[in-house]
Ligand binder design. Structure first.
Ligand code: PEP
Ligand code: MG
Length: 689
C-alpha cells in the first residue's frame, strides 16, 4: 500500500524539534515507512534529525509518502498533526525557546533526549505543632517507626543493587548509619521530649543543626556528605508524613531525568537502558550520587541551580556531560552540530577504550607505567576496568572521615586486604593517613590553627598521634601478604622526619613478629615528595628510601604559595611554572642517580599536555584519576619517546609557564595531532592553562 499527500505547515514555528518528535512518535506506532520530501530532498520520517534538516517553516509544504501496511490510517494521523498545527496553531502560547544552562559535569558523554521530571522537591511539612506531655510517647513512637521503615527501605535498595554499582553498597551502609547517628536520631528524640514539639519539626531542627556544623567544614569532600544527611532525613520525613516516593524504577522509556537532587538510593534504581542521562539542581563533583553515577557511564550534570524550573516535562534536551552544558529545546542547527559532536566523541571514546587494556608502550618501544589514584575500596575495580596497571596512590583517609569512631585495626585490615587481593599481582602504593584532626569525623579535639595547610596534619599529625599511626601501620603490614603493597609517607619535609616514621614502622614490624603475624618484610617504603624542602634535598632522601612519588598537587601549592582550593588565586596555580618543572626534574635526577623508582601522582598526570612535558623530564611512571587512564594510555602508545625528548629539549630554560605551555603545545600538535585537536581535547585540565 502506498499513500502520498501534500501537507501544509500552519503552525507558527514550523517543523521544529517538538513537532518533528510527534511525527517520529507516530512512525514508531506503524509498520509502514514514512518519507517526507521538501524542495526535492527526501528524508526518513522516523528520524528526528532528518526531519529537522528539511528546515520547513510556517507556510511551507511537505510531501509525505507512506509505504506499507495501514498506510492510509497512518497518513490520516500524520495529516492530522499538520492540520492541527502540532497542537500549537493559532494559540501562539507555545514558544519552544532555546535556552542554555551550565552546570558541573560529573559523568562524561553527549546525549539528546526527552526530559522527565522526577519529583524530589522537599516533602511539604505539616504545621509545626506543640504537643502536650501525654502526646510525647506517641510522637516518639511515630519517629522510631519512620526510622525503622527508612532502614528497611535502604536495606531493600542494598539487596537489589545492580552489578555496575555493587562496589558502592557501602554508601547505603553509610546511610543506615546516618539514620542511627546520635546527631540525627537521639537529638530528634531529645527535642520531642524537651521542647514538646512534633516529630517532623524536631527532625527538621536536628537537620538544620547538622547543616550548621557542616557549614564550618572547608573540605569539599566531607562537606558534600551533607547530601547524604539530607537524603536520609528526607526519607524519614516522607515516612512520617506518609508520602510515597516518586520512583525511578517506573520509568519505561528513554529519558533524561531532571530532579532537584538524587540520592544514592535513586542511582541504585536506575535502569540505564531507559534513563540515558541525569540533571540536578544541586550537588557537587564529589557527592556519593555523582561518584556512583559515573559507574553507570551515563552523562550527568549537577549544580544547574534551576533545572527543575527551567525545564518542562517532555522538553527536548542536549546534555554535554563533558562540559556541563545543557541546551533546552535546541534549534535544528544546534541539534545537527551536537549530533556531529556526539558522533565524534563516541568514535573518539571507543578508540580510546580499545587500547585501555593494552600496555602503555610508546611507539618507539619504551614501557611507561600508568596507574590510578583511588580514595576508597569501590574504586579499585573501576581502576582495573579502566586499564590501570595497579594503584599508584591509595589515599586512605576515607575510613577516618565517614564514622565518628576511629576505625579499628580489623576494619582497616579488611579494607586493605581486599584492595591488595583485588589489584594483585599489580602493586598498590598505600599512603599513610594524610589528614588533620579537623577533617576526621571522630570527636577528637581539633587543634585550632590559623593556617591548617601549614599545620599539624598528615605525617606530622601521625607522629604526634602514634597510637592512631601504629594501628594503621599494623593493618597495612598485615594486609601486605595478600598482594603487592608499597608503603608511602606523605608530607615529608626532611630526613629526620622520614627516619622517625620508619623507626615507628620498624617497631610495628617487631610487634607483629612477637605476635607471630606474617607481613611482607620486603615491603618498599617510599616518600611522597610534595613539599619543596623535600624536593630540594631529594639527593639526600634518595639514599634512604626505596622510591619517590611526586605529589604535584601540593608541591605546586607550596612552591608557589597558592592555596589550591582558593578561587581568588586559582589563576596563579601554574603547573608549568619553571620552578615546578625544575623541582620535578631535580627529583627525577636524584632518584635515577640512586637507582630508585620515581613516579608522579598529582592531578597533572591525567593531563595529556603535562604528560608530554613530564616524559621529556625523564618520568616514566604515572598515577592519575581513574577516568584519565584510557586517554593517557592511548596517547602514550602514539608517542615516539625519543622525538618527545628531542623536541622538548630546552624546556627548563624557558622563563614563564605561558612560554612553556605554548612551546609544549606546538610540539604536541605536531607529534600527536589527533589528541591535541581542539574540542576532542576534553580531558584538558583547566588548571594547566
Ligand atoms: C598531591 O599532593 O599531589 C597528592 C597526590 O596528594 P593529595 O592530592 O591527596 O594531597
Ligand atoms: Mg598531597
Amino acid at each position: 500500500m502506498e499513500e502520498i499527500r501534500s501537507l501544509k505547515v500552519i503552525n507558527e514555528f514550523g517543523v521544529h524539534a517538538r513537532a518533528a518528535g510527534q511525527i517520529v512518535g507516530l512512525a514508531g506506532k506503524y509498520k509502514a515507512r514514512l518519507f517526507l520530501a521538501k524542495d526535492g530532498r527526501k528524508v526518513d520520517g522516523s528520524s528526528i534529525l532528518s526531519i529537522l534538516s528539511l528546515a520547513c517553516p510556517k507556510g511551507g509544504e511537505i510531501e509525505a509518502r507512506i509505504i506499507g501496511e495501514d498506510a492510509r490510517e497512518f497518513m490520516d494521523e500524520v495529516e492530522g498533526l499538520f492540520k492541527n498545527g502540532f497542537g500549537e496553531a493559532g494559540r501562539g502560547q507555545y514558544r519552544p525557546k532555546k535556552k542554555l544552562m551550565k552546570g558541573v559535569p560529573v559523568s562524561p558523554g553527549i546525549i539528546l533526549g526527552k526530559a522527565h521530571h522526577l519529583d524530589r522537591s522537599k516533602t511539604k511539612v505539616f504545621p509545626k505543632k506543640l504537643i502536650n506531655r501525654r502526646e510525647i510517647d506517641r510522637e516518639i513512637d511515630r519517629f522510631r517507626q519512620a526510622v525503622d521503615m527508612a532502614k528497611e527501605q535502604i536495606q531493600k535498595f542494598k539487596s537489589n543493587i545492580p552489578e555496575q554499582v555493587k562496589g558502592y553498597a557501602f554508601v547505603l551502609d553509610t546511610h543506615s548509619m546516618i539514620v542511627d547517628d546520635s546527631l540525627l536520631f537521639d537529638s530528634t528524640l531529645k527535642r520531642i521530649r524537651k521542647e514538646k514539639i512534633n516529630a517532623e519539626w524536631a527532625l527538621e531542627k536536628s537537620v538544620k543543626n547538622i547543616h550548621r556544623l557542616f557549614k564550618k567544614v572547608e573540605d569539599e569532600y566531607i562537606g558534600r556528605r551533607i547530601d547524604d544527611v539530607d537524603s536520609v532525613s528526607e526519607r524519614v520525613l516522607r515516612n512520617l508524613v506518609g508520602v510515597e516516593e516518586d520512583s525511578l524504577a517506573g520509568i519505561k522509556e528513554e529519558v533524561i531525568v531532571v530532579a532537584h537532587s538524587l540520592s544514592p538510593c535513586d542511582i541504585v534504581e536506575i535502569n540505564v537502558s531507559d534513563v540515558i542521562g541525569i540533571l540536578t539542581d544541586v550537588g557537587g563533583q564529589t557527592s556519593h550520587m555523582a561518584i556512583m553515577s559515573q559507574a553507570l557511564e551515563i552523562p550527568v550534570v549537577v549544580a544547574l541551580d534551576r533545572a527543575t524550573d527551567m525545564i518542562l516535562d517532555g522538553d527536548l534536551l542536549i546534555v554535554d556531560g563533558n562540559t556541563g552544558d545543557v541546551i533546552i529545546n535546541p534549534d535544528a542547527d544546534t541539534i545537527i552540530s551536537y549530533e556531529d559532536k556526539k558522533k565524534r566523541y563516541n568514535s573518539y571514546k571507543s578508540a580510546v577504550d580499545r587500547v585501555r587494556h593494552l600496555p602503555a608502550e610508546t611507539s618507539d618501544g619504551y614501557k611507561i607505567t600508568v596507574r590510578a589514584n583511588i580514595e576508597f575500596l569501590a574504586e579499585a575495580k573501576a581502576a582495573i576496568d579502566h586499564g590501570a596497571e595497579g594503584i599508584g596512590l591509595y589515599r586512605t583517609e576515607y575510613l577516618y572521615m565517614i564514622q565518628r569512631d576511629l576505625p579499628d585495626e580489623q576494619a582497616l585490615f579488611d579494607d586493605y586486604r581486599q584492595i591488595a587481593t583485588m589489584v594483585a599481582p599489580n602493586p598498590v602504593t598505600i599512603r599513610t593517613l594524610d589528614i588533620a584532626s579537623d577533617r576526621m569525623a571522630s570527636d577528637m579535639e581539633a587543634s585550632k590553627e590559623d593556617n591548617p595547610a601549614l599545620g599539624l596534619r598528615s605525617i606530622r599529625f601521625c607522629l604526634n598521634e602514634r597510637k592512631i599511626f601504629r594501628t594503621q601501620l599494623r593493618a597495612i603490614l598485615r594486609a601486605s601478604v595478600y598482594g603487592n603493597f608499597r608503603l608511602m609517607f606523605p608530607m615529608i619535609s626532611g630526613l629526620g622526619q622520614f627516619l622517625e616514621a620508619k623507626r615507628i614502622l620498624e617497631g610495628v614490624m617487631r610487634s607483629l613478629d612477637r605476635d607471630g603475624i606474617e607481613y611482607d618484610r620486603e615491603i618498599p617504603i617510599g616518600i611522597l615528595i610534595e613539599i619543596p624542602s623535600a624536593a630540594s634535598i631529594a639527593d639526600i632522601l634518595a639514599k634512604h628510601t626505596d622510591f619517590f612519588s611526586i605529589g604535584t598537587n601540593d608541591l605546586i601549592q607550596y612552591a608557589l604559595a597558592i592555596d589550591r582550593d582558593n578561587e581568588h588565586v586559582a589563576h596563579l596555580y601554574e603547573p608549568f611554572h619553571p620552578a615546578v618543572l625544575r623541582m620535578i626534574h631535580q627529583v627525577v635526577e636524584a632518584g635515577n642517580k640512586e637507582g630508585i623508582d620515581v613516579s608522579l601522582c598529582g592531578e597533572i598526570a591525567g593531563d595529556p599536555l603535562s604528560i608530554l612535558v613530564l616524559l621529556s623530564l625523564g618520568l616514566k611512571e604515572f598515577s592519575m584519576s581513574i577516568g584519565s587512564v584510557p586517554l593517557i594510555k592511548k596517547m602514550i602508545r602514539m608517542l615516539p619517546l625519543g622525538e618527545v625528548r628531542d623536541g622538548l629539549k630546552g624546556i627548563l630554560h624557558l622563563p614563564t609557564s605561558k612560554k612553556i605551555e605554548g612551546f609544549a603545545l606546538k610540539r604536541a600538535k605536531s607529534l600527536v595531532p589527533d589528541i591535541f585537536e581542539e574540542d576532542v581535547f576534553w580531558y584538558r585540565d583547566a588548571g594547566t592553562a
